[in-house]
Design a protein around this ligand. Structure first.
Ligand SMILES: *Cc1c(COP(=O)(O)O)cnc(C)c1O
Length: 395
């Protein structure tokens, strides 16, 4: 492999050993639970070097491994570990860094289940307390540090309101105070944001969003230094049994080859839709880090090289019947919770959030029932804008 190859080339070829699979241009799905050996000596040698040998598919599997190599290289990390879901990657990474009675600082607009894992599960099982901060100012983190703070957990842009944290500043602060850092980089992907280069210890992605990109797989990945990743492999992955299916890894490999091109289109479509919405008289505001009107636009420009397709907007109306009419009348935008796939989706966070939070906690997130989230897909932008325009006429 030539050094310093660009992203598209890395995703097309890196990590593939075609000679080992009869020259097949696409690596096979190694759908086997175990690997056989010639004799005692070769099994013995494989166990002596467990990080490099295929023994049993709860551990290393060649199809999974090819994808891990591509993702590690793309993100600028030493090593990557695939997980069967984004949440598995998140819980495994937190468990890797934490011990009973430790303290965590996390941002308040965290992905819901990740927040629940910290707030409800780790506090109960390990007496790990989490302080949730807005995270828009570096002092938010500085002021929350305690003697037992072991981890700062970021998500930038965050869920729901897409607020940003100054990743480099937080990483430097954490290093100075001996605190580990994790970032959920699902929104931006390594194409648009490289947190490992800014000093973050572990970068996590849900592969169920842009990495997969076709709404046909669930997966997760953790990327970072070899030492951390080897421990995560032996403990949280292999021992706790968070195994990735070779078939899912193979689908992911197929998807990654087009990730840079897909994101370019998601971004240009999202900008077109955001610009349309921002000037529409029935829209109160649009939240998209790629718009100059975004409150932290400058920080975004500093640490991101592009923006994806996920955005939110607020209808001027607060009448539930009108909000529902708008939502239900959309035809191109499909109604569903995910995002990052080829298809455009619309969702109203209030639908599920209000089942878990009371009214005050919900408004504390900085949104209301009029807040509509859309994932702008790969359809033609004119059809997306037309769909929104027609439905806005109804309310
Ligand atoms: C979807 C999502 C996750 C969880 O990923 P799963 O693959 O669904 O487990 C984590 N973080 C963010 C920001 C997400 O959007």
């Amino acid at each position: 492999m030539r050094d310093k190859q660009k992203l598209e080339t890395i995703l097309a070829h890196h990590g593939e050993e075609r000679g080992a699979y009869h020259g097949a241009v696409v690596p096979p799905i190694f759908q086997n639970s175990l690997f056989t050996f010639e004799n005692w000596e070769s099994i013995d040698a494989a166990f002596d070097d467990r990080m490099e040998n295929y023994i049993y598919s709860r551990g290393k599997n060649p199809t999974v491994n090819v994808v891990e190599k591509k993702i590690a290289k793309m993100a600028g990390g030493e090593k990557a570990q695939l997980f069967p879901s984004g949440m598995a990657a998140i819980s495994a990474s937190c468990l890797h860094f934490l011990e009973p009675n430790d303290h965590v600082i996390a941002i308040k607009n965290l992905y819901g289940p990740a927040s629940k894992f910290l707030k409800k599960y780790l506090s109960k099982k390990m007496n790990v307390e989490t302080t949730f901060v807005s995270g828009e100012r570096i002092e938010d983190f500085e002021n929350a540090i305690q003697d037992n703070t072991k981890l700062i957990y970021l998500e930038s842009p965050s869920s729901v309101v897409f607020s940003l944290q100054d990743i480099n500043a937080v990483a430097q602060l954490a290093k100075k105070r001996g605190i580990k850092t994790i970032i959920d980089n699902t929104w931006a992907t390594p194409i648009f944001q490289k947190p490992l280069e800014m000093g973050i210890d572990l970068e996590i992605h849900s592969c169920s969003k842009y990495f997969g990109g076709h709404s046909d797989l669930i997966g997760g990945v953790v990327i970072g230094k070899e030492k951390d990743l080897n421990e995560i492999f032996l403990n949280e992955y292999e021992m706790m049994g968070f195994k990735t299916a070779p078939m899912e890894a193979w689908l992911l490999m197929r998807s990654l080859r087009t990730l840079p091109m897909r994101l370019e289109r998601h971004e240009s479509n999202a900008l077109a839709v955001a610009n349309f919405l921002e000037t529409h008289p029935k829209i109160a505001n649009v939240t998209y880090p790629g718009l100059p009107s975004f409150p932290q636009y400058e920080l975004g420009q500093k640490q991101m090289s592009g923006y994806g397709g996920l955005l939110a907007f607020q209808l001027k109306t607060t009448e539930l019947a009108k909000i529902k009419l708008f939502f239900n009348s959309l035809e191109v935008f499909q109604k569903g919770v995910g995002w990052g796939g080829h298809e455009s989706l619309v969702y109203v966070p209030a639908i599920s959030y209000l089942k878990e939070l009371d009214e005050e906690q919900f408004t504390g997130l900085g949104i209301s029932t009029s807040n509509i989230r859309i994932s702008v897909g790969l359809e033609h932008k004119d059809d997306l804008i037309n769909d929104l325009e027609e439905c806005l006429k109804l309310i």
